[in-house]
Design a protein around this ligand. Structure first.
Ligand code: MN
Length: 278
């Protein structure tokens, strides 16, 4: 597995988030929706602040960045302005709520890369590799298009590339061996192992959890602002360390204590019906 030649690798730090759902409260006007909308935007603003404060080298957004394709124009402008403010490479993988493809994508409404030149918007339905910064990190992912009902984020992913750090990013439902199979966008442990990446950044679940994947690390960051309750509120700082190991820290956006790698829940024996997804 992985890069085992023992040569030291350049230490890097990523920030992993997902399921931001910007624009979820854009339709209709009411005082309550305006409050919720402001909270959602503040969540993303806090993520960009954290990138700047924590010396993050790249930001990964693992799908459902926007809630739908009809969000307000000012939400699109807000998003692009904040991404540009990060001043580091930002990898944005579209999920099922903000899919790309021929049927009305939110990303066709606005020139995001023009407004935020540091943005890497993954649009290739077959999957693509993005090389970041000084080319020590490569990120592979496959975006949702909503044209394939049996979409699988990681099936038949290409082998590792040449860069020191090999990262996967995907938006889908991790299939725990105990899980029922009716969910969509399946991600299997065998696929994660076959990808042979150093870290896989997952989205689609609002909940923060590591998933068992052999000797590699794969995790859901959870949503920065939960649309359905008290879960969420954290992002994952991903330290790629010189010895080749990957260390996570779940950092709060609301002044809660951080969770160290071993304190982040690991998916074992959980009832899959308790996991909220959008
Ligand atoms: Mn989703």
């Amino acid at each position: 597995m992985s890069n085992d030649d023992g040569a030291p690798r350049p230490a890097r730090r990523l920030l992993h988030t997902s399921d931001v759902h910007l624009g979820a409260y854009d339709s209709g006007r009411s005082e309550q929706r305006d409050v919720l909308r402001a909270e959602l935007e503040q969540g993303f603003r806090s993520i960009i602040d954290k990138c700047r404060i924590e010396n993050v080298d790249a930001l990964l957004i693992a799908g459902d960045f926007f809630d739908n394709a009809r969000v307000r124009e000012e939400t699109l402008e807000f998003a692009a302005t904040e991404i540009a403010r990060a001043e580091i490479p930002v990898v944005l993988l579209p999920g099922n709520h903000d899919h790309v493809g021929s049927s009305g994508s939110v990303y066709d409404r606005f020139d995001f890369v023009g407004a935020a030149p540091n943005l890497h918007l993954m649009r290739a339905p077959g999957g693509e590799t993005v090389s970041l910064g000084d080319a020590e990190i490569e990120v592979w992912g496959r975006s949702h298009t909503e044209e394939e009902p049996n979409f699988t984020p990681f099936a038949d992913a290409p082998p590792r590339g040449e860069a020191a750090w090999q990262i996967g990013i995907g938006h889908g439902h991790y299939i725990h061996p105990a899980a029922a199979l009716q969910h969509s966008f399946h991600i299997y442990e065998t696929e994660l192992e076959a990808m042979d990446r150093d870290y896989v950044a997952l989205g689609h679940w609002e909940r923060l959890v590591r998933v068992a994947a052999g000797s590699m690390t794969a995790a859901y960051s959870g949503a920065p602002e939960s649309l359905s309750g008290s879960i969420g509120g954290r992002v994952l700082l991903v330290d790629l360390q010189e010895d080749g190991s990957v260390q996570l820290e779940a950092s709060s956006l609301e002044d809660e204590p951080s969770l160290a790698h071993h304190e982040i829940p690991l998916l074992v024996g959980v009832d899959p019906e308790t996991i909220r997804r959008r």
